[in-house]
Structures are given as structure tokens and as C-alpha cells.
Design a protein around this ligand. Structure first.
Ligand code: HEC
Length: 115
């Protein structure tokens, strides 16, 4: 009888522990059926909305967003600017559509792939 109680307690311990391991909140935010494409989604977005002022040679505020390297290394500042989160709102003439901001955030979340 005592053995059985210990066995059951052990089982409960294992179950609780394995549940804890599954709790990765970031995964829920990032999870999406679709993987965001840098070349098809992100690059055109930056080209249309940002490069007018942040192109090679004339990077406003010292920011240049040409190519995956530049975009991925500045991604968190770019997202903060899109949300006016401690930085100046970008683009300057008004916030982007929420769906575009969410797309950019999802791309960051999925690991800033160069795909
Ligand atoms: C119409 C021109 C223009 C466009 C379009 C534009 N920017 Fe800017 N951006 C600027 C200027 C000018 C500055 C520098 C402002 C300053 O230093 O006073 C700047 C600064 C920034 C900064 C630094 C902000 C800070 O508070 O330090 C970031 C980040 C940025 N831009 C990101 C973006 C992103 C991302 C986009 C596209 C979604 C974008 N910008 C589109 C003109 C623009």
C-alpha cells in the first residue's frame, strides 16, 4: 500500500514536471502556420516604407536598411519606431497598418530568417 502511494506521487511529479517544460510563452506568440519570407514579405515592405529615407548613402538618423544584414541587426529599433515605442514614429507620415507591423514582429519572432 505504501509503495503504491509512493508510486502515484512519483507519477504525479513526473506529469507536473513534463507540463512545465511545455510552457514556453514565446512559442505561442510566434506560432503561425506561415513562415514569413524575408524576400517576399519583409524586403518589399522596407523598400516601400523606409528606403525612401534610409537608403545607402542617405540614411536618415544614420540608419540604413538595405539588405538582410542591416535589417536584421536594426530590427528591434525598427519595430520600436513602427510602434513609437520610445523612438520617433516611423514612417514619419503616420503609423503603418497593424497587419504590416505584426508581420514584421512575426518575422523577428521566427528568427529573422533570410529566406
Ligand atoms: C520620410 C522619411 C522617412 C521614412 C519614410 C522613414 N524614416 Fe526613419 N527616420 C527619418 C529621419 C529624418 C530620422 C532621423 C530623425 C532624427 O534623428 O531626428 C529617422 C530615424 C529613424 C530611426 C531612429 C529613431 C530614433 O528615435 O532614434 C529609426 C529606428 C527609423 N528611422 C526607422 C524607420 C523605419 C523602420 C522606417 C520604415 C517603416 C522608416 N524609418 C521610414 C526619416 C524617415
Amino acid at each position: 500500500m505504501k509503495q503504491r502511494v509512493i508510486y502515484i506521487l512519483g507519477l504525479i511529479f513526473i506529469i507536473l514536471n513534463s507540463c512545465n517544460k511545455d510552457k514556453v510563452p514565446e512559442q505561442t506568440i510566434c506560432s503561425s502556420e506561415d513562415v514569413v519570407s524575408y524576400s517576399e514579405d519583409i524586403e518589399p515592405l522596407i523598400q516601400q516604407q523606409c528606403l525612401g529615407c534610409h537608403d545607402l548613402g542617405g540614411g536618415s538618423g544614420g540608419y540604413v536598411f538595405n539588405g538582410h544584414d542591416n535589417v536584421s541587426s536594426n530590427a528591434s529599433d525598427m519595430l520600436d519606431a513602427m510602434n513609437a515605442n520610445g523612438l520617433q514614429l516611423m514612417p514619419q507620415n503616420g503609423p503603418l497598418n497593424d497587419s504590416l507591423i505584426n508581420l514584421f514582429e512575426l518575422w523577428i519572432c521566427q528568427g529573422k530568417l533570410n529566406n
